[in-house]
Design a protein around this ligand. Structure first.
Ligand code: GLA
Length: 745
């Protein structure tokens, strides 16, 4: 495990080998120009001596001795950090505009440093690990013509098959200022196989739907220019061998630890080399790097799995649970919350909230979350963002009184805020119109009747933090839902000069990070849930600050099985905000059994979003059973290994997933029979991740009693996995679901 390297006598060639428990990543320097070329990424190689390394060195793409033909080498070499404009016509990783007006860049190896542990990325989210848990190599390169020093960071983890990469660029002083027009965080090159790409696409209420397709020639890119990672496309790219499936085949996953504009791109070029790039979107990006200053690009996580897509997901889950999410709640059962948004929308007051809490508490629900509409004069979405004062016409008696009343009923209290926003109809906007992100003389584009605060400004950051802090200190508030309901347009800052306008997008993102860092530092016990019009900012950047993120505004369990499958492709189930909703569902109009809504929400953080005073007695009676289900099984969902057994997205009929404890002693299997199939007798389901040598007892959970059913079946792990089990059940009617609990005996 760890990082090794071998220098050759010619002084030009150094081979680096980066090992995680089951993967190896290799690159080398070649030629007196100090090119840094990729060699290999895949299964762990047990190379130990120089001969092995030399054989690997028989690389198909090396520069010839002959300077005459540099250009053709440049256009096929697998660069670790490709520059711009020197004959490599594929997409590049970095570009500049220097004081002479030139954009050409190059990277030449000059030095390296290897050490235990991993440095923090100042002001930005990043994975972390102790000196025992990880090791880092910094490859330092130069672009002498531009006076730049470029450092590539690679950290390997000893307990997870993941590599974290990032890039730092420093202006060493040849130019007073150099404009960075593109600084990506990772480039990895692949050759010798046919690949498919996996992207996660979506829309509002339809986030992160898996989209797999064969990779053809040319550039295949997903991106965001919305100032957030977005509903529409996701900072993730999967590159998988054509025959890879859930359980076998080569699978590479790249995920960007950033919450703003990004690109994720695979480009297959003339020699079938595939270049995978990831980083900040260069469009509308222009960073002034003054003499002596550094620019730090965010981090990319690279994961390789030789055992299919499922193993890639489990690696990401482990990495994020151990090395990214910091909240003390990440390993704890979260309080079961009830949120009033879909119950009341803007139409609520103290009395209504207390009546919900009164009922909810009797049923075993543990926290009331007051959503949008409690501040300023906000009775719909047209006003008051920025005016974070309690509307005492609605919250009669004030916030402190309300929270005390909720606490008296044995429930915790949580609150909704949208700190990054400003309504044109707000005292804040009337006082500080220049605090909104806008362009002078251009009519600002509104979205949901609101503008975005200019968080590239120190005064706005400080003011906003003061507002959040004041509210959180005013009562016993134990949870904050931090929302962000519009994307950025008219991107301009009134404070920054004309040279700096190309920095606004990134500075905005850093402003959000600073606010959240201050929040969790000053209020370490607050349970923070990020949200953006549902799941538009469900990304690893936000997970660094909050252990959970609202997955989607669509809470229909049938839509959710697709959304949650796509989300769980990368993110641990413990981070997915999921609630039991009302029916007919507010997004789809679909009516589904209350049991099914419970089973699907169990695969996330679990909570409720309905008017518990208005639902049927039958459903209300089921809530204590669901509460008991959550308490029984949450630790398996939260800390266990996730396996996808069947996908409704693919088979259009049924869905099945499984979570297994790390010691393989317990497992939960959820089966959703979305579309009933008439006269269908046997569905053999092959379970996954069990111990073949153990015997397991199998019992269904009974949503009427809140207990497991009496009937017990005992079967060996190998039979359950290799022969499968008949889970036909009684599936008369659509949308039926069951939960099977199995335990080693
Ligand atoms: C967003 C959130 C919802 C709710 C509303 C309130 O859409 O995703 O859950 O909080 O805002 O305006």
């Amino acid at each position: 495990m760890g990082i090794t390297y071998k220098s050759y006598e010619d002084g030009c060639r150094i081979i680096f080998k980066l090992d995680t428990p089951n993967t190896t990543y290799m690159f080398q320097t070649v030629d007196s120009d100090g090119f840094l070329l990729h060699i290999y990424y895949g299964r762990r190689l047990r190379l130990t001596d120089i001969d092995d390394l030399s054989r690997i060195y028989q690389h198909p793409f090396l520069p010839s001795e002959n300077e005459r033909e540099r250009a053709s080498f440049m256009d096929c070499a697998p660069f670790e950090y490709p520059g711009h404009g020197l004959g490599d016509y594929r997409d590049d990783a970095f570009a500049v505009l220097n004081e002479n007006g030139h954009s050409v860049t190059s990277f030449s190896y000059s030095n390296h440093r290897i050490y235990k542990g991993k440095p923090r990325l100042e002001g930005m989210p990043a994975t972390f690990g102790t000196e025992e848990e990880c090791e880092t190599v910094e490859i330092i390169g130069t672009d002498i013509v531009n006076g730049l020093e470029i450092t590539l960071f690679y950290t390997v983890f000893n307990d997870v098959d993941a590599i974290a990469k990032s890039v730092n660029i420093r202006n060493t002083g040849k130019f007073e200022n150099i404009k960075l027009t593109k600084v990506l965080s990772s480039c990895v090159e692949f050759y010798g196989d046919e690949y498919d790409t996996i992207f996660l696409h979506g829309s509002w209420a339809r986030e992160r739907i898996i989209d797999r397709k064969p990779l053809g020639y040319g550039r295949h890119c997903v991106s965001s220019l919305r100032g957030e990672s977005s509903h529409q496309e996701h900072p993730f790219i999967g590159l998988v061998s054509r025959n890879a499936d859930e359980d076998s085949g080569d699978v590479y996953g790249f995920n960007f630890v950033y919450s703003g504009n990004f690109i994720a791109q695979a480009e297959k070029s003339q020699f079938d080399i595939v270049r995978v790039l990831m980083g900040i979107n260069p469009v509308d990006f222009c960073w002034n790097l003054r003499k002596g200053k550094e620019f730090q690009a965010p981090e990319v996580i690279c994961v390789y799995s030789a055992e299919g897509i499922g193993q890639m997901s489990r690696t990401f889950h482990d990495l994020y649970r151990k090395h990214l999410i910091r909240s003390k709640y990440k390993d704890l059962e979260r309080p079961i919350l009830i949120n009033n948004w879909e119950a009341t929308y803007f139409n609520f007051d103290t009395e209504k909230l207390i009546s919900i809490a009164e009922q909810a508490s009797k049923l075993g629900i543990e926290m009331l979350v007051m959503d949008d509409g409690w501040f300023g004069h906000r009775n719909d979405d047209s006003s008051s963002l920025g005016d974070w004062t309690v509307n005492e016409d609605k919250i009669k008696g004030g916030l402190k009184y309300l929270v005390e009343e909720i606490n008296k009923r044995g429930m915790k209290f949580g609150i909704w805020m949208e700190p990054e926003m400003i309504s044109p109809d707000s005292d804040l906007y009337r006082a500080h119109p220049d605090w909104a992100i806008q362009i002078p003389d251009r009519k600002a584009v509104m979205s949901r009747a609101q503008y975005v605060l200019d968080l590239s400004r120190r005064d706005v950051i400080d003011y906003t933090f003061g507002q959040i802090s004041k509210i959180l200190k005013s009562a016993n508030i134990e949870y904050l839902k931090w929302d962000m309901n519009r994307q950025l347009t008219d991107v301009g800052s009134f404070l920054l000069g004309k040279e700096e306008q190309g920095e606004v997008f990134h500075r905005y993102c850093l402003g959000v990070y600073e606010l959240q860092e201050r929040l969790i530092t000053e209020f370490p016990d607050i349970l923070l849930e990020n949200c953006s019009g549902g799941g538009a900012r469900f990304d690893p950047g936000m997970l660094y600050y909050s252990p959970q993120i609202w997955t989607s505004d669509d809470q229909d369990p049938i839509e959710r099985i697709k959304i949650q499958q796509g989300t769980a492709l990368i993110y641990p189930l413990s981070s997915m905000g999921a609630h039991v909703c009302d029916c007919p569902n507010h997004s789809t109009g679909r009516t589904t059994p209350f049991e099914t809504r419970g089973y699907v929400a169990l695969a996330g953080t679990f909570g409720y979003e309905l008017d518990v005073t208005a639902i049927s007695e039958k459903n209300k009676k089921m809530i204590p059973a669901q509460v008991s289900m959550y308490h029984r099984y949450n630790s398996i969902v939260r800390d266990g290994d996730y396996y996808r057994v069947a996908s409704f997205l693919e088979n259009h009929e049924w869905d099945c997933w499984e979570t297994v404890t790390k010691d393989k002693s317990e497992a939960l299997i959820t089966i959703v029979n979305v579309m009933a199939r008439v006269n269908y007798k046997a569905r053999l389901v092959k379970l996954k991740g069990l111990d073949p040598l153990k015997n397991y007892s199998l019992r269904y959970f009974d949503m009427n009693t809140g207990e497991e059913e009496e009937n017990e079946l005992i079967l060996p792990g190998d039979a359950l996995m290799y022969a499968g089990i008949n889970l036909t059940g009684n599936y008369f009617g659509d949308y039926k679901a069951r939960l099977l609990y199995i335990k080693a005996i």
